[in-house]
Design a binder for this molecule. Sequence first.
Ligand SMILES: NC(=O)C1=CN([C@@H]2O[C@H](COP(=O)(O)OP(=O)(O)OC[C@H]3O[C@@H](n4cnc5c(N)ncnc54)[C@H](OP(=O)(O)O)[C@@H]3O)[C@@H](O)[C@H]2O)C=CC1
Ligand SMILES: O=C(O)C1=N[C@H](C(=O)O)C[C@H](O)C1
Length: 263
Amino acid sequence: MARTPIIIMGAQGRMGATLARLTQNDPELELAGVVEQAANQSGLEHLGCPVSEDASTILTQAQGATVIDFTAPTVTVNLARTAAETGNPLVIGTTGLSEDQQQEIAAAAAQTPVFWAPNMSVGVNVLLEMLPQLVRMLGSLYDVELSEIHHKFKKDAPSGTALKLAQVLAEAKGWDLKQVAQYCREGIIGERPEEEIGVQTLRGGDVVGDHTVYFFGPGERIEVTHRAHSRETFAQGALRAAKWIGQQEPGKIYSMAEMVLSE
Ligand SMILES: NC(=O)C1=CN([C@@H]2O[C@H](COP(=O)(O)OP(=O)(O)OC[C@H]3O[C@@H](n4cnc5c(N)ncnc54)[C@H](OP(=O)(O)O)[C@@H]3O)[C@@H](O)[C@H]2O)C=CC1
Ligand SMILES: O=C(O)C1=N[C@H](C(=O)O)C[C@H](O)C1
């Protein structure tokens, strides 16, 4: 069986290191190279593959290998430009991308197959499919809010997952998220408007990633919580995407739902 060649960006990062370990233990995958900043490369020799701080060097050496990126928005945008030139398929898990940065990724997706998901766990992606039904069945009397908790090292807020959940909830309500999102409450803010979705962020310790959607109704409430216990759940999703994206055509940014439905 031919193995899928993989390049990992940020191989010393929390996600990068998890991906490198799982890739080495997966007989369907082959580690074709890793990219990491020069000051942080020590200890990567044991991977037995090319290591560089220059993504373009590694992508050019390993033409056709799928690049998995869990780094930071500026790194991801530069990588997408490089992948568009070299033709390497790209799986992106990085969150915190601005609208302009998302447009840059979309431009790259016209040239090479690109997959992006703000959360690669099975549970969150099932939740994204189920939430519109809950919104429809509960109706307008139920106020929708959500909260997220992550480790103290996380740089972006709210999490990419919280933003995606909020977007799906707003769409199900028939609202524009930009008009109804409430990311901060303080002071004499008055009564809660009906057309609002509160999104609250907590940070601390080593929490891998918790998301809760609340439906507050008359005399009752529903709370739907997803808790990630381990980064392996995200890494497994990314590796599944890496095996799949190489068989897709450029032209769009592929999602977790599309992958699951096509398999
Ligand atoms: N979609 C999903 O399912 C998930 C998404 N994420 C997202 O993934 C991203 C990374 O998260 P996490 O692993 O916790 O973060 P880390 O900070 O642990 O990892 C980021 C890595 O990228 C490296 N890096 C920075 N600049 C470069 C560069 N120019 N070239 C190569 N590597 C570079 C960092 O190196 P250095 O430390 O030297 O700067 C670090 O090793 C975040 O946006 C997070 O939100 C996280 C988990 C799941
Ligand atoms: O930074 C993290 O750790 C995570 N980031 C993703 C996000 O922003 O939603 C996914 C996951 O919750 C972990």
